[in-house]
Design a protein around this ligand. Structure first.
Ligand code: PLP
Length: 450
């Protein structure tokens, strides 16, 4: 009974990232099942999930193999830990598989229950590393404005989301943020190339302000996801790499969204030719079927922790949880065996790029960009000048709601519309997604421009 569920939902369930009052009389949509790239609600509506849940159901919904992996592991060994010289097959097999897929210098993994816990682990590992190396003054971690690294206290402190900092109480000390490489939003008065270099120069400036001897690490997503699917200009990452090498600062690449095929490689780091010291992972690791995350650790940090560090006082009850690990392993095996990541790079990514770019002719669209199977549309009031809508109109939220009512899940960040569909989407389903998007843009325009 949908109405009863909605009432109970309002009465008892505190939703994440939700303005509770906004649920209002209408109540939440009740999602009851899913298959492939579609979700279904309690009213029988079929909705194309253009976000793969929360950027995570990479393999698509309804894969029986993952259900079987979970149930057989739950029967065999539902839980055990690896705290005191014990281990178990699923975690070991998953660790091996991840290290095969990761860049060559990454040969260890630390498991967590989520991406946020992975970033808490990162912060502790980075500081531990420099302390072991006899440089405890290297404490500062530099993140980016609008970066997202999770909702735990360390995660939100590493991230650069101003509203989270304002609500979250004092952030973890020793974390600072530099500008984001968001050309459409902040750099259109110069070329992409120049803007990318300027953003990398901001990193060097901050390092010098803090004192290079005090800076431990730089953390960034290959493409900023929750910040608005921000693909940096080509000049950005090479210049950042140079700066980090010059001052011997660790690179943390948050692969929670970009990992496991989203950009057409196993990791975003491979797309941008990065050699991270640490890579937090989650989401697509299990395609969201069960919660699991981790940190892939490069040899430099791992060797130090292992050979010089003694016990690292850190870990979670569910680190390497057997059922989650078994599901993640099966997920990676299927992504590999079915050539899903290669297909994103060679076929679906370029196809989406072409179809997505065709939306740029719509009067509401200031920019249509995509990489792999991640895309963004910038909504504008005036296509010629790129002028934005007045904030009070909440154009992005309006477009998102119209999309949903019309059978497509898109997400909005301000007036930037985002997509990140399951990697198993077909060309026909991409065509459907484009058609639904255009309809929602038309309807948004009708409501906003009189
Ligand atoms: N890092 C990135 C880049 C993310 O996008 C997210 C979640 O969206 C996280 C970390 C946090 O992951 P979780 O929600 O699993 O804690």
């Amino acid at each position: 009974d949908t109405a009863r569920l909605q009432q109970l939902d309002r009465d008892h369930y505190l939703h994440p990232f939700t303005d509770f009052k906004s649920l209002g009389e209408e109540g939440s949509r009740v999602v009851t099942r899913a298959e492939g790239v579609y979700i279904y609600d309690s009213e029988g509506n079929r909705i194309l999930d253009g976000m793969a849940g929360l950027w995570c159901v990479n393999i698509g919904y309804g894969r029986k193999e993952l259900v079987e992996a979970a149930t057989s592991q739950l029967e065999q060994l539902p839980y055990y830990n690896s705290f005191f010289k014990t281990t178990h097959p699923p975690a070991v097999a998953l660790a091996e598989k991840l290290c095969q897929l990761a860049p060559a210098h990454m040969n260890r993994v630390f498991f967590t229950g989520s991406g946020s816990e992975a970033n808490d682990t990162v912060l502790r590992m980075v500081r531990r590393y420099w302390t072991i190396k006899g440089k405890p003054e290297k404490q500062w971690v530099i993140g980016r404005k609008n970066g997202y690294h999770g909702s735990t206290v360390a995660g939100m402190s590493l991230g650069g989301m101003a509203p989270m900092h304002e609500q979250g109480g004092p952030c973890v000390p020793g974390i600072t943020h530099i500008r984001q490489p968001y050309w459409f939003g902040e750099g259109r008065d110069m070329s992409q190339d120049t803007f990318g270099r300027e953003c990398a120069a901001a990193l060097e400036e901050r390092i010098l302000e803090l004192g290079e001897e005090n800076v431990a690490a730089f953390i960034a997503e290959p493409v900023q996801g929750a910040g608005g699917a921000i693909m940096p200009p080509e000049s950005y990452w090479p210049a950042v790499k140079e700066v980090l090498a010059k001052y011997d600062i660790l690179l943390v690449v948050d692969e929670v969204i970009c990992g496991f095929g989203r950009l057409g490689e196993w990791f975003g780091s491979q797309h941008y030719d990065l050699e991270p010291d640490l890579m937090p992972i989650a989401k697509g690791l299990s395609s969201g079927y069960l919660p699991i995350g981790g940190v892939l650790v490069g040899d430099r940090v791992a060797d130090t922790l292992i050979n010089e560090g003694g016990e690292f006082f850190h870990g979670f009850t569910y680190s390497g949880h057997p059922a989650c690990a078994a599901v993640a392993l099966r997920n990676l095996e299927l992504l590999e065996a079915e050539g899903i990541v290669d297909r994103v790079r060679d076929d679906l990514g370029p196809y989406l790029a072409k179809r997505w770019a065709s939306l740029a002719d719509h009067p509401l669209v200031g920019e249509a960009r995509s990489l792999g199977l991640m895309g963004a549309l910038e909504l504008v009031a005036d296509q010629q000048t790129g002028e934005r809508f007045d904030e009070s109109l909440a154009a992005g939220n309006l477009c998102r709601d119209l999309c949903f009512d019309n059978g497509l899940v898109m997400r909005s960040v301000g007036d930037t519309m985002l997509i990140s569909p399951a990697l198993v989407i077909t060309r026909e389903e991409i065509d459907e997604l484009i058609g639904l998007t255009r309809q929602a843009l038309d309807e948004t325009a009708r409501r906003l421009i009189r």
